[in-house]
Design a protein. Sequence first.
Length: 425
Amino acid sequence: MHLYKHVTLVGLIALFVAGPISADSHTDPDFNDDGIVNSSDYALFLAQWATKAGDENWDAKFDLHSDGVINSLDYALFIANWNKTFPIPPSEVLSVCDRTGAVRDSIVALAPVSTCGEVTAAHLSAIDSLRVNSASLTALKAGDFSGLTGLAYLDLRSNQLNSLPDGLFDDLTALTGLNLGGNQFTSIPSQLFTLTDLTHLYLWGNQLTGPVPVSELAKLSNLEVLSLSSNQFSGPIPVALTNMTNLTHLYLHRNELSGGIPSELANLSNLERLYLYRNQLSGEIPTELANLSNLTHLYLFDNQLSGEIPTELANLSNLEYLYLWGNQLSGEIPVELTRITNLKGLRIARNQLTGGIPPELGNLSNLEQLSLDNNPLGGSIPVELGNLSNLQRLNLSRNQLSGEIPTELGNLSNLTYLNLGVNQL
């Protein structure tokens, strides 16, 4: 006879023998503390069947009848509680006074108390934002953030952390923002991948190397802001990143990423900021990026991109900043770019652009920065640039411009920087 059938039959008989659960009995058969007595607890119970006090694998919590042996009497008590719910026991909350010094002080500063000994559980649960940044932290205790069940944002940036203890985030069920930027991590701590409600994750300025660990990051499907900048990531930009469709800000700049820009990035339809600058990216700018209708910032400068500037980028009607300088882009400046009327910054210096400066640039009334320097641009300076009333910086130096300097540039009352040097004016 199978054990299940055997213990069920014996247990039903024993239920009458054992009688009701006494006050002296252990009356919480929710062995895995998930709040309900079910098949998971049953499996744990069967694994202890027939063990006795003193056995190597003895666990007293299964001895519901408190007689030193796991038998049918315990089973009867277990079955009597089948499918009943029990309170989930609170995790052990570390005394605030026993926490890492900087964490302790930050908590006390947020609670309406004078000393760490006065901080209560209610004080802890009421804290929704905790900043322990620039505190010279080199390590944390597992219980440093215990009891902070209402914490939504945790700022640990600009410390000296290189690892995190297991259980550090166990109580942070409300956490949506985590900043670990400016530390000394050489790999992304595995504890982060359990924080599936995160919407903002900052890991900039660490010592992260190798390919971007997209398979682990994909577990954080609610991410809206992902900052992996200023690390040492190498290899191509993973196409699988484009499955993180909630992203609005993607910061991969200042790494050692190579290869082309994946056209699949166009799948990130919510993207507002895309920073890929100062990598080793090559190939042409994908025309598909023009489908990112919410994009406001496109930073691709200081790479090895080639080919012409896609005219399709003119479809980015919400774009405010287009920074493409320091590449190997060729061809003429697309006049279509002048349709992006929200542009505030257009910087396409240090490329191999030819032809003239489109007079239509003078229609970009919101433009504040215009940098076309270090290109072999020819022709004259369009007088229409004098219409850019919001322009603050104008750099046309180191081209092959000729003719007279338009007097209309004197109308640029907000101009703080003007460089027309090394031309043929």
